[in-house]
Design a protein around this ligand. Structure first.
Ligand SMILES: [Fe+2]
Ligand SMILES: [Fe+2]
Length: 338
């Protein structure tokens, strides 16, 4: 029975990886040598294993639609005005590679979704790796990769690599521990080995997309009293002319979107599970990411902003027990058919 299940899971993963949004069913049937009736069975099988695949009529043919779970339905807005620039970007944070709470398969899932949507830019708001804390005796047990070499190599070797997607990142408090311990900087290795990953700064960085100023912040320090308190304080000290249009804040492992003083602010959730520290302190850990739809004018002012929150649940979390971490493979995608 288990063997049958394994074969089905393997098959579902294979077809799900092959399916693209907008792909015609004829392309699929030709590739897998299946009839239309068999195709419907395969779609059912995909759903049974949690892969959301459906068919949609486009012109005269049926095409695939697949998507990961969304917390809330997204209203689709069409802008007629050719004067507005529209961009969709993906925002993630706190992957904590090296921690046993790391969720590489969910990082892969988000990147695959970004690829399916045709997204070119992913922003990572810090704490790529879990770091090293010599003064915390409990730390080694909470990690499956120890020290700078192992953790930096893991980013270089395992971080999703997708043709057409560039990841811009800052380093956060956990990344910085390697510098404090021995002046080793994770970005130095990444810059040498990964052309698709661009470093923006330690703790903070800035990027402009169609003149829309976006600031990435990894504040450090303890948790906030309320979700919006610290971000509001951060925005209040900014002088008008230095204010970004979008402020992305990592580190807190919380998810929240709000607008304040004309700044669109996002607390970016983590892509790592609740840590022992959070467990002990009774702190909530938000696991997920954001897709941002940005409509801006020629001066870089935002005319419409739509944050789409993706939140993963308990069943999505990697269960350490009895599993081999090496089975989570690196996600590599080239613009070719599998
Ligand atoms: Fe973090
Ligand atoms: Fe942090």
């Amino acid at each position: 029975m288990d063997e049958k299940k394994n074969i089905e899971v393997e098959f579902v993963n294979k077809v799900y990886k092959y399916i693209r949004n907008g792909m015609s069913i004829e392309t699929f049937m030709e590739k897998f040598h299946v009839s239309e009736i068999e195709l419907y069975g395969i779609i059912e099988l995909c759903r049974m294993y949690g892969k959301d695949v459906s068919l949609e009529k486009e012109k005269d043919t049926l095409v695939f639609r697949k998507s990961i779970k969304r917390k809330s339905p997204v209203s689709k807005l069409e802008f007629d005005s050719p004067k507005l620039n529209s961009n969709q970007i993906c925002v993630i944070s706190d992957t904590h590679f090296g921690s046993i709470h790391n969720q590489l398969h969910l990082v892969n899932e988000i990147y695959e979704e970004a690829y399916n949507r045709g997204i070119k830019t992913v922003l990572h708001v810090g704490d790529l790796v879990d770091g090293s804390y010599p003064n915390r005796p409990e730390s080694p047990r909470q990690q499956f990769l120890h020290g700078f070499d192992q953790q930096a190599s893991y980013v270089v070797d395992m971080y999703p690599e997708i043709e057409g997607i560039t990841t811009y990142y800052i380093l956060g408090s956990h990344d910085e521990t390697h510098y404090k311990n021995g002046q080793a900087t994770v970005n130095n290795w990444i810059s040498r080995c990964r052309e698709d990953m661009i470093y923006l700064g330690q703790d903070t960085g800035e990027i402009n997309i169609d003149k829309v100023k976006i600031v990435l912040d990894h504040p450090g320090g303890g948790s906030a009293q309320s979700l919006s308190y610290r971000p509001q304080k951060r925005i209040e000290i900014l002088e008008s002319h230095t204010k970004p249009k979008i402020l992305l804040i990592g580190h807190y492992h919380k998810s929240y979107a709000f607008s304040y003083r004309n700044v669109q602010c996002i607390l970016v959730p983590a892509l790592c599970d609740k840590t022992q520290f959070q467990q002990k302190k009774g702190l909530y850990n938000a696991l997920g990411a954001y897709f941002l739809n940005i409509y801006s004018d020629s001066k870089g002012n935002i005319q419409y902003f739509e944050p789409e929150e993706i939140i993963f649940g308990k069943k999505d979390i990697w269960d350490e027990t009895g599993k081999d971490r090496s089975k989570v493979k690196k996600l590599v995608m080239k613009n070719t058919v599998y």
